[in-house]
Design a binder for this molecule. Structure first.
Ligand SMILES: NC(=O)c1ccc[n+]([C@@H]2O[C@H](COP(=O)([O-])OP(=O)(O)OC[C@H]3O[C@@H](n4cnc5c(N)ncnc54)[C@H](O)[C@@H]3O)[C@@H](O)[C@H]2O)c1
Length: 323
C-alpha cells in the first residue's frame, strides 16, 4: 500500500495527550516531512512527548484549538489531520459550556479550515460513548445512538455527523474511530477523574484491599493504547472515507475480572472489598464488534489484557518511584 505519511505534513490536535502521543510516535516511523502538534496541556504533558519532543520533524504549539487564528496557522500547509483534542466525559458534564466550545465549536472550525486548506483526510477520534447502552453485544457500528445520555457522547456523534455532512457538501474525506475503553502507560494518573485501575494499582502498592463499587459486573472492552494508535494509522493509509469504525479488543471484561487480572500480573493476593454503588451507571455493558475495522482497515488488536496490564503496572510503579 502507498505510504501516505511519507513526506507529508500532518497535524495532530491533542498530540501531547495519552492516545495522541502514541499516534505521533507511530507517524514518525513512517517518514513524514513534519508533524505539527497543538495541545494546551489541559491533560497532555511534555512528559508524554519525551520520546519525540526533540525530533526536528516535530513542530509543537502550546495553545488552544479554540484560538481559531492559531488553529488555522497549524492547519495551513498540512496534508492530513488527526483531530484528537477533546475534553473528557466527566469534564464535559462538569462544564458543558466548555464542552461546547472545545468539542463542537472548535471541531466545526477544524472541519471548515480543513476544507479551506484542502486537507486530504481527517481522522476523527470518536467514542463508543455514542452508543450509550448499545442494543446489541458485540455492538456493530449500525447500532443507533439514541440511548446515549451524555453531553460527551452527543458531541462525538455530532462530530461524526459534521464530518459526514462536510464530505457530502465539500468532498472532505474523513474516517471516524469509535474507541472503546483505552488504557496503557501515560493514561491520566492524578487528574480528578483518575481511572479505576490506577486507584487499584495504588492499593496494590500500599497493600490495601481494592474497592469495587457495586457488584463488579459492569463490563467494558479494554483496548491497549498502542493498538488504538495503529488503528489511526490504518484509517489514514486505507483508501477509505466517510466511514465510522469501532476500535476495541472484542473482549467483554467485568470490573471484577479486570481486578483479578491486575492482581495476577502483580502477584498480589489482596481481596476486593465491595461497596455500595454511589452513582447510577447507565452503561452497564460494552463489547465491540470490530469486523468492519478488520475487513476494511485490516486492523486487529495485538495486545492482550494481561500483557497490557503488565505494561501499565510496570510504567505506573516506575513513574511513582521517580516522582
Ligand atoms: N481514553 C479513552 O478511553 C477514549 C475513548 C474514546 C474516545 N477517546 C477520544 O480520543 C481522543 C484522545 O483521548 P485521550 O484519552 O488521549 O485523552 P487526553 O485528554 O489524554 O488527550 C486529549 C488532549 O487534548 C488536549 N486538549 C484538550 N482540550 C484542548 C484544547 N482546547 N486545545 C488544545 N488541546 C486540548 C489535552 O491537553 C490532551 O493532551 C479524544 O478525542 C477522546 O475524546 C478517548
Amino acid at each position: 500500500m502507498h505510504n501516505k505519511v511519507k513526506d507529508s505534513t500532518i497535524l495532530v490536535t491533542g498530540g501531547a495527550g495519552f492516545i495522541g502521543s502514541y499516534v505521533v510516535e507511530e507517524l514518525l516511523q513512517l517518514q513524514p516531512a513534519k508533524i505539527v502538534i497543538i495541545d494546551n496541556f489541559i491533560r497532555g504533558s511534555r512528559e508524554n512527548m519525551k520520546l519525540f519532543a526533540a525530533d526536528p520533524r516535530i513542530e509543537f504549539h502550546q495553545g488552544d484549538i479554540r484560538d481559531t487564528a492559531l488553529l488555522e496557522s497549524c492547519i495551513s500547509g498540512c496534508d492530513y489531520i488527526f483531530h484528537m483534542a477533546a475534553l473528557r466525559i466527566n469534564a464535559c458534564a462538569a462544564n458543558p459550556a466548555d464542552g461546547f466550545e472545545v468539542m463542537l465549536k472548535a471541531t466545526f472550525d477544524v472541519a471548515q479550515l480543513a476544507v479551506k486548506h484542502k486537507i486530504k483526510k481527517v481522522i476523527y477520534s470518536s467514542s463508543a460513548s455514542v452508543y450509550g447502552l448499545a442494543q446489541h453485544f458485540p455492538t456493530p457500528e449500525t447500532d443507533n445512538p439514541y440511548n446515549n445520555q451524555t453531553f460527551y457522547g452527543a458531541a462525538k456523534m455530532w462530530g461524526e455527523q459534521l464530518f459526514r455532512s462536510f464530505k457530502f457538501m465539500y468532498g472532505l474525506d474523513y474516517v471516524a474511530l469509535r474507541y472503546f475503553n483505552a488504557y496503557g502507560p501515560r493514561m491520566d494518573t492524578d487528574g480528578k477523574y483518575t481511572e479505576v485501575m490506577i486507584k487499584w494499582l495504588d492499593c496494590i502498592r500500599d497493600g490495601r484491599n481494592p474497592l469495587i463499587y457495586g457488584d463488579g459486573s459492569t463490563t467494558m472492552d479494554f483496548v491497549y493504547v498502542r493498538d488504538i494508535a495503529r488503528a489511526n494509522i490504518a484509517a489514514l493509509q486505507a483508501d477509505i472515507s466517510d466511514e465510522a469504525f469501532n476500535i476495541g479488543n472484542c473482549e467483554e471484561t467485568s470490573l471484577k475480572q479486570l481486578l483479578d487480572v491486575l492482581l495476577k500480573v502483580n502477584d498480589s493476593t489482596l481481596e476486593p472489598e465491595f461497596r455500595e454503588e454511589n452513582s447510577i451507571n447507565p452503561v452497564s455493558r460494552r463489547l465491540a464488534d470490530i469486523s468492519k475495522a478488520k475487513q476494511l482497515l485490516s486492523f486487529s488488536p495485538s495486545v492482550s489484557l494481561e500483557q497490557g496490564m503488565k505494561e501499565l503496572s510496570a510504567w505506573y510503579f516506575e513513574k511513582i518511584k521517580t516522582a
